[in-house]
Design a protein around this ligand. Structure first.
Ligand code: HEC
Length: 173
């Protein structure tokens, strides 16, 4: 009798333990699934509301204009600050759109601008040479527009600044 009892009970207990393990596994899986769904929803919301390349470029445009007026009056600290913002935004631009619709990779063009005209512009700002500043600035704008043309945006043409970009900031040091 005792023998029979254990024979019957032992598999039942084992089965129960297996069920419990399965339930726990299911519960954990369900929690994982919910967390993943939540993360996906938040990621989609972030993507939908994140500023695009156009906004980054509009920022670059503003920083370029501010840099010009700061450099013109020898405000090195402000000019360097604007330059850092331009560099940061160029790096962001490459992350936002690594490859343009026409298959062109943005990184080499952004790097050419950074290591060429922008680096020369930085040196000219440090040296305080107005002629070199103007020269490097023109070259930088040429690179901006070269990328616009290469990416199919030849209608976006940056020019030398003609007026202060904002009415409420001081350019002099
Ligand atoms: C590596 C390529 C590249 C470089 C370099 C580049 N741009 Fe752009 N720019 C683009 C692309 C691509 C667009 C179009 C963005 C879009 O599709 O929304 C754009 C758009 C713009 C716009 C239009 C934004 C608007 O809302 O009117 C401005 C302004 C602009 N760029 C300024 C600049 C300036 C200033 C520089 C140089 C300091 C520069 N860009 C350098 C690729 C570049």
């Amino acid at each position: 009798m005792g023998f029979e009892f254990t024979q019957v009970r032992a598999p039942a207990a084992r089965q129960m333990a297996l069920w419990c393990a399965a339930l726990v596994a299911l519960a954990v899986h369900a929690t994982d699934g919910a967390a993943e769904q939540d993360a996906n929803a938040r990621l989609s919301a972030l993507e939908a509301t994140a500023p695009g390349l156009g906004e980054t470029m509009a920022g670059i445009q503003l920083h370029m204009a501010k840099l010009y007026f700061a450099a013109k009056v020898g405000n090195r600290r402000l000019a360097h600050y604007e330059m850092d913002e331009i560099r940061e935004n160029l790096e962001r631009a490459v992350l936002q759109r690594p490859v343009e619709e026409n298959g062109l990779r943005l990184k080499p063009l952004a790097q050419a601008l950074e290591t060429g005209p922008l680096a020369r512009l930085e040196q000219a700002i440090d040296g305080g040479q107005q002629a070199s500043i103007a020269h490097a600035y023109r070259d930088a704008i040429r690179d901006c527009n070269a990328c616009h043309a290469a990416t199919g945006h030849d209608f976006i043409v940056i020019t030398m600044p003609k007026a202060f970009p904002v009415p409420n900031q001081r350019w002099t040091p």
